[in-house]
Design a protein around this ligand. Structure first.
Ligand code: FCB
Length: 453
């Protein structure tokens, strides 16, 4: 079979030589081994047992068996030539039940992971919370309950104490919007609650927990440590110029973007959003001093970008007919990423930006010779790296780009159906096969690293 040349991001040469390229994963989606070495249930273990909660009744019990295959997986990502690996720590693995002392056996796994990454020349980038709250903390009220923020700061200090000597990059939370809205308002994600007021209380306690955790870790940190948070930012555009559509888009921007960025970077919740919430009878549970904690200065802001969407006053966001979309139906909108990065640099106080996730679910075609062809993924990644380079060229302070994700994995409520990986995983044998996109990325990174003459 003849090969079409892969598309290349035409502007990638504009990125500086110290620009970080990485891949990202998360603990629950790949590790498996839910009871190994003292780990207890997280809310996702519980949620997977609820009939109908996850497509195909899939669970994280085996996931990608990464807990046992970690060395092989580190070799795979080192072979890609990435300089950074973003992974998350499973809270109930390192602090079963979410309170009390660290579980040394659970921490040992991340200790070995970090050592192996460093030995292979890959910089570890650690996320403390990628959605796997210890079940006992949910039973005590979960994120809508203020105490969970304090428990999170304790947990952060335990992990930092063990790994802070080797891990420089620390992210507190992954996507607090998803944690709060999917978990507590829509019920689509663990813990599956449907209570909008509880979800908005969760937003405040997530941000508070983030700020407390950064403060606790900074007490022990050195000048080389970087602390940040990762937000999923979905830019909205009005579907038409009509006043109701423009207002609807502004409201969506408020609830999806400014409700997080404003307290984190400016120390205040946006007044239009709190007024809208008050009209619904919802008040954020802010106490004196909270906003100072939340606005603790960041060294980096992580952004997970998947798409931008058009909003109408009439109903849910428009999925425009005929527009290119991924296998999950998510619109493919690389230009939205350029605009977002330029906007953040223009409108908010200066903070370095890193794209901590970007990628797409596409159906992959395995050829007779075993190659996994994923031209759609290659085109998607090329277009988005290009969009980042354009933003950089327009003055955005963007320092890195991480692909979601290394392995085809447990895609939350969708189960194992949608495949986002650079590497496919045979669900029977767990055998890993790098896809064509993995080869493409390796070649791109080699070219990027080549000294420019
Ligand atoms: C993000 C999540 C990540 C993955 C991608 C597709 O919202 O952070 O775990 O599921 O979506």
């Amino acid at each position: 079979m003849s090969h079409q040349p892969f598309p290349q991001p035409a502007r990638a040469h504009l990125l500086p030589t110290d620009f970080r390229f990485g891949v990202a994963t998360s603990a629950f989606q790949i590790e498996g081994a839910p009871t190994a070495d003292g780990r207890t249930d997280s809310i996702w273990d519980t949620f997977c047992r609820v009939p109908g909660a996850v497509t195909g009744a899939d669970t994280g019990e085996v996931a990608c068996d990464h807990y046992r295959r970690m060395p092989e997986d580190v070799d795979l990502l080192a072979d890609l030539g990435v300089d950074t690996y973003r992974f998350s720590v499973s809270w109930p693995r390192v602090q079963p039940g979410g309170r009390g002392p660290a579980n040394a056996a659970g921490l040992d796994f991340y200790d070995r992971l970090v050592d192996r990454l460093l030995a292979r020349g890959v910089d570890p980038w650690l996320t403390l919370y990628h959605w796997d709250l210890p079940q006992e903390l949910e039973d005590a009220g979960g994120w809508p309950h203020r105490d969970t923020a304090h428990r999170f700061a304790d947990y952060a200090a335990l992990v930092f104490d063990r790994l802070g000597d080797r891990v420089r990059s620390w992210t507190t939370l992954n996507e607090p919007w998803c944690v709060a809205m999917y978990g507590y308002a829509d019920g689509m994600h663990a813990p599956g609650r449907r209570d909008r007021e509880a979800a908005l209380h969760a937003v405040h306690h997530l941000l508070l927990g983030h700020g407390e955790a950064v403060r606790r870790m900074r007490e022990q940190a050195g000048p080389d440590h970087d602390f940040g948070i990762t937000l999923n930012l979905t830019p909205t555009l009005p579907a038409t110029d009509s006043a109701p559509d423009v207002a609807a888009s502004h409201r969506a921007d408020g609830l999806g973007i400014r409700l997080y960025l404003d307290p984190l970077l400016r120390g205040a919740y946006p007044e239009d959003v709190t007024a809208d919430l008050a009209a619904e009878g919802i008040t954020l549970p802010v106490r004196g001093g909270d906003l100072d904690v939340i606005a603790t200065p960041l060294d980096v802001l992580g952004i997970n970008y998947y798409f931008s969407e058009r909003v109408t006053a009439a109903g849910p966001p428009l999925r425009e007919e005929g527009r290119p979309a991924t296998g999950l139906g998510w619109p493919i909108t690389p230009g939205g990423l350029t605009d977002l990065l330029v906007r953040l640099t223009r409108e908010y106080p200066a903070v370095p930006l890193v794209i901590t996730e970007n990628g797409g679910a596409f159906p992959d075609a395995t050829q007779a010779d075993g190659r996994v062809c994923d031209a759609d993924r290659v085109a998607f990644l090329a277009a988005h790296i290009d969009a980042v380079a354009e933003a950089y060229d327009r003055g955005a302070d963007v320092r890195g780009y991480f692909v979601w994700t290394l392995l085809d994995n447990f895609e939350w409520a969708h189960g194992f159906g949608p495949t986002f990986g650079l590497v496919s995983v045979d669900r029977q044998t767990m055998a890993r096969t790098p896809k064509e996109s993995a080869r493409w990325l390796r070649d791109l990174l080699r070219a990027q690293r080549r000294p420019q003459v």
